[in-house]
Ligand binder design. Structure first.
Ligand SMILES: [Zn+2]
Ligand SMILES: [Zn+2]
Length: 273
């Protein structure tokens, strides 16, 4: 059955990441950091099996983004789509499976969707953010997690996004005052680490001022150093005070399917905010 263009958060955070993108007869994942059993169950609820996927686009090789990538590719012949350095790092001690090299900046076209990637700063070999363009509706989705800091490349890449999936990993004060060892705090806070609520808020304001109403999912929230309430509260308040723009917010939950988006949804939900 033909599906409307849609994006569905299946899991988001250090315990595993996966986002399902569908349009027409096409379904693919951004990252696959869930255990296979959990992934299969989440797909089954959408009427899909792993073998139905056209591919898995991999943002970077950290385990919370690739845990089931090898299994899904080997068992179900699903191609892994990533840049060469990421694939090389991923396959270091594994047999090769179906895959497709997508150089940073190039496009992979599947059905009505075009997928392009852009460089982001994070402590992986060649990490990327992912843009999805749906030609029939003219809608754009930008997917951006595991980001050490915001760069000009990022600002340019997400321009015009109707759905922005953006990391809001931690509250800086909570992280600094929390129980993580010093080296881990330093890693998370570094330019190659993860994006704070504050940094995400700044970028959201820029995007709202430039682009107007749209939808934002806060993603990759830390279990220890953030809460959905804290992240949402900060983002909503910052955007309201600094832009007065009616942005629709949601949180991609850590370990269960949650946020769902289709084109036009923002307009329908605007009165709520
Ligand atoms: Zn991650
Ligand atoms: Zn990572």
């Amino acid at each position: 059955m033909d599906q409307q263009f849609s994006v569905h958060a299946l899991a988001s955070g250090s315990s595993g990441n996966a986002t399902l993108v569908r349009a027409g007869r096409i379904a693919f994942l951004i990252d696959v950091g869930l255990p296979m059993r959990k992934l299969s169950a989440a797909l089954a609820k959408q009427g899909l099996t792993p073998a139905d996927l056209s591919g898995v686009v991999i943002s970077h090789e950290h385990a919370d983004h690739v845990q089931s990538a090898h299994a899904i590719s080997k068992r179900h012949n699903v191609p892994l789509i990533a840049n060469e350095k990421t694939l090389t790092a991923f396959y270091r001690r594994k047999t090769q499976t179906p895959h497709h090299i997508l150089a940073v900046g190039d496009r992979w076209t599947v059905g009505d969707l075009q997928i392009e990637t852009f460089t982001i700063p994070h402590d992986a070999i060649d990490p990327v953010g992912i843009n999805i363009l749906h030609a029939p509706s003219g809608q754009k989705v930008s997917h951006l997690t595991d980001v050490g800091h915001v760069t000009e490349t990022i600002r340019r890449a997400i321009r015009g996004a109707h759905l922005l999936v953006l990391e809001a990993n931690h509250d800086v004060h909570r992280l600094q005052g929390g129980g993580y060892p010093g080296y881990l705090k330093a890693r998370i806070l570094s330019d190659q680490g993860h994006l704070s609520n504050e940094a995400a808020g700044h970028l959201l304001c820029e995007h709202a001022l430039e682009h107007g109403p749209h939808t934002v999912w806060l993603a990759h929230l830390s279990k220890e150093n953030n809460t959905p309430k804290l992240a949402l509260g900060y983002a909503r308040a910052t955007v309201a005070v600094e832009t007065n723009c009616p942005v629709v917010f949601d949180v991609a939950k850590r370990d269960s399917p949650s946020a769902f988006w289709t084109p036009g949804q923002s307009a329908l939900q605007l009165p709520l905010f």
